[in-house]
Design a protein around this ligand. Sequence first.
Ligand SMILES: [Zn+2]
Length: 460
Amino acid sequence: MNGNAETARSAGEAEAVAEAMAAAGVAFADECRACARRIRLAHTIFAAREEWTDERPGPAWSHVDAWDRARADLAEALVINVGRAQSFLTFSLDLVRRLPAVLEAMEAGRMDERIARDFHRRLATVDSDRIAAVQARAVAEYLGRLDRGERPGRAAVDALIDEVIEQLDAEALARRRKAAVRDRFVSFREAPDGMCTLYASLTAAEGAVLAARLEHDAADALDREPDAGTSRGERLVDALVHLAVNTAAPACSTPGSDEGPGRAPIIRPQVTVIAGRGPAAGRVVFARSGAASVDALLQLLGACTGATLESVDPTPGAADHGNRAERRARTRTYRIAEDLKRRIRLRDGTCRHPGCSVRAEFCDVDHVRPFDHTDPSRGGPTAEHNLMCLCRRHHRFKTHGSWRYHLERDGTLTVVTDTGRRLRTRPFGPLARWRELEAHGRVAPDVVWPPNRGGYRLAC
Ligand SMILES: [Zn+2]
């Protein structure tokens, strides 16, 4: 290729890239503006709900507040779950009412949602008298850096905002740090493939201590068993579990047990087994000893001391069976028996309000069709096909709101909102999942028992 051809090729390449970059820039700006528009509309929805909630007749306790209504509206409109809707609503109201300079930067197509959320988070504790000056200077500083050709990362943006806060409202930083300590948490979330994800928010000092201890114990394990073939990640998890079970609360011990110094602590499990009957019976797999039938597991656990065993018949309505008189008495009594409540929680897994993920164990069990206290024979029976889990907030929402609910025998719930939209939610607890697997001709999934390197043993 001669020099002219090479120059023409480079110019063509640069032109094509420049064109795509310009289009990408326009798309970015459109995205910023679209998000700003969603924020303004979220505020409009909230304001409308607030106005109508205030004018509603009846005592204050029977009002579903504007927050709950607007949150449900947003989950429906933006096709997101209730948790995200809550977060977006809080963000939207704060931007419209408290952080207009941030919202204007979005409307100018210069700031995306992620950066705007950083501003929102970091400016949360700034005094209301100073917030206008702090945000104006922080936003101007951020946009100025972009104009100078800088592309600051998240940490740099955070530092920039904090610098401005320090200059104009230093106490806000101290307040924010105090709030962060109060907001520390540890949470466990079910994950695919028989796993669980652990999240924690710790102070930097706590994190450093914990990290040092786990690193130390994992290194020790490697020294003791250099040929174990475990990864660093596995050794860290083993160290964490070992740390937890070997400093377990004294309630784990019983007088006269064989626990004591130098012995592994005993963990007494509560085991729930969902088991089909006859040929549909599931199976359990122990990673070290292979597959076992559910019957064998039941026999083993039945001979244990300390373990609590519960076997659940997965047949829909199994808990409502019995002779006619028993059935009648049960379905026409308002109070829900504990075993029936437990069954509904096992079926539903979470609150059944569309998009809500509050775990069933923290939910109320509610009659879908209300129980008729004056004449129980007229409907609203206390039976599996008329009960569902609702968190306290959505229980109130259903009782005092104007949405309509219909539960099918398989636990599918149809909801018609006050704006006429029809939504469906399916139960997602272990019982519902077992039924789904069975319906597709598969037996219950294998339960894998992990190799026990934590130094504990089960009481069976
Ligand atoms: Zn809920």
